[in-house]
Every structure is written in structure tokens, then in C-alpha cells.
Design a protein around this ligand. Structure first.
Ligand code: FE2
Length: 262
């Protein structure tokens, strides 16, 4: 069975040893450099984990074309001061690292990425979004079950995610969970800009996502997990003493319509 056939069967594909240790380390070093240089005074944007309370301020909406910093909700004291260093307080950096930062650009457009895209028959796709996700010890929070096409909606649907483990991902430190074949379902919602400002979810299918048979995708550092935009997935809080840093990029078809409301 080819990689493409496994991906089409399961809705995800696990590729161990996709990136070298040094390639993973380069991203973690770069994230630390970017974090240290970030002056957060004035506009801390806290990444809210529940979809209902997702940050929808201008900082979030403008981050699609920038290198923006999002804090964990438990990173601040009641008086609005960080409890730890900036890097140890962040949920993620996004969403245009792949275009704006040379280290992330190299990683995102590596020879092995080009080979993989060709094997998946999406060599012509566009890199639309990237995130460096920290999932720190103790404050690394839950990511509720979702479909990536909700946030990277195209007509027809075309989102494919690439999730790179920069460190070992285990049940304890909050690995991804997904169900083999879970992508054989409808898109539930579209996260879009409201005409009046802010964001909202347009509901296509109000039926709850089937949470049975979800399995933990425990993977070693250097693994790439490819995710169909329809496959429901989530991750639990990091309850371990080890961080679970990851980098993700998402692609869409260049032939699909990308609505202005995205
Ligand atoms: Fe996701």
C-alpha cells in the first residue's frame, strides 16, 4: 500500500524519522530567539482553548500574515504579569513563520517536504499557515476536538496539515488523538469573519463528532503526521515534566476558492 493509499484510508499518515534531530533543534532554537525578542507590553493575546471563547481580536485576525505570539491562558498572574519567561508562557507562534522567517521557510520547503507533497499528489498546493506550538510543562493546555478545514476552509475542501514532532509526543505530554478513518465524515463548521467585525462559526452539521475509537498518536521526535482537513483530532493538557513542542504547516489547493471571510 502506498503512502497516499494509507493516507486516504486513515485520514492521517505517520512518517517516523521525517526530520533529523538537528532540523528539529533548529526550530526550537529559533522559537526561543523569536520569543526572547518579543515585547508583549500592550497587547498580550491569550490563546483561548475553547472554540466559543477563541481570541477574536485584531491581533489574532492579523496574524495570518505575521509572526505573532499567543500566550497560554494560565501564563499570567491575577495582576497581568507573566509567571515565567516569555518563551515558557507561550502557547504558540503563528501564522506566517513559513514565509517570513528563513529558518521556518527552509524547514517548510525542504526537499523531503517536496517529495512528500508529490507522493500525496499535492505538489502544487500552497502553504497557507504555520504554527510553532509549545505545549509546555504544566501550562500546556487542551486543544478541543476539531477539523482543520473549519479554520482553513476552501471550496472544494482541500486543507492538509503537516504536524512535526520537535520532541517525543506521548499520552502524558499531550500527543495528538485521532480515529483511523475519522475523516469519512462531514465538515461541521466554518470559522469565519463576521461582516460586523469579530468572528463566528457557521454550522454546517450540528451532529457531534464521534469520539469513540480515538487513538493516541504517540510519536518520536522527527516524526511527521499528515492530517486530512476533515479528520477530527485533539490533544489533552501536558501533565508531564517534558514539553511537547511541535511545528505545523497547512496547505490548500491553489485551484480551490479561499473565501474572503476566512
Ligand atoms: Fe488541528
Amino acid at each position: 500500500m502506498t503512502q497516499l493509499e494509507r493516507f486516504q484510508r486513515d485520514g492521517f499518515l505517520i512518517l517516523e524519522g521525517f526530520s533529523s534531530d538537528s532540523e528539529c533543534d533548529a526550530l526550537m532554537t529559533r522559537a526561543a530567539e523569536l520569543s526572547t525578542g518579543f515585547d508583549y507590553t500592550g497587547h498580550p493575546s491569550v490563546f483561548q482553548t475553547s472554540e466559543q471563547t477563541r481570541t477574536s481580536d485584531d491581533y489574532f485576525l492579523e496574524s495570518g500574515g505575521r509572526v505573532s505570539f499567543f500566550f497560554e491562558k494560565d501564563a499570567f498572574t491575577a495582576h497581568g504579569k507573566l509567571k515565567n519567561t516569555i518563551e515558557l508562557s507561550l502557547n504558540k507562534i503563528g501564522h506566517a513563520l513559513h514565509d517570513l522567517d528563513p529558518v521556518y521557510n527552509n524547514f517548510s520547503r525542504s526537499p523531503q517536504m517536496k517529495r512528500l507533497a508529490a507522493e500525496l499528489c499535492i505538489a502544487d498546493s500552497l502553504l497557507i499557515q504555520s504554527m510553532h506550538i509549545f505545549k509546555h510543562v504544566e501550562i500546556g493546555g487542551v486543544v478541543d476536538v476539531h477539523q482543520d478545514s473549519t479554520f482553513l476552509y476552501t471550496e472544494p475542501l482541500s486543507c492538509v496539515g503537516f504536524w512535526f514532532a520537535l520532541e517525543d509526543a506521548t499520552i502524558d505530554n499531550g500527543c495528538l488523538w485521532a480515529k483511523p478513518g475519522g475523516h469519512q465524515t462531514a465538515l461541521r463548521s466554518w470559522f469565519r469573519r463576521k461582516d460586523t467585525g469579530g468572528t463566528e462559526f457557521t454550522i454546517f452539521d450540528a451532529s457531534p463528532i464521534d469520539m469513540t475509537e480515538m487513538i493516541p498518536l504517540e510519536v518520536k521526535k522527527g516524526t511527521c503526521i499528515v492530517l486530512d482537513g476533515l479528520v477530527p483530532h485533539y490533544s489533552l493538557p501536558n501533565t508531564s515534566s517534558k514539553s511537547r513542542r511541535a511545528y505545523t504547516v497547512h496547505t490548500i489547493s491553489r485551484d480551490a476558492r479561499y473565501p474572503m471571510e476566512n
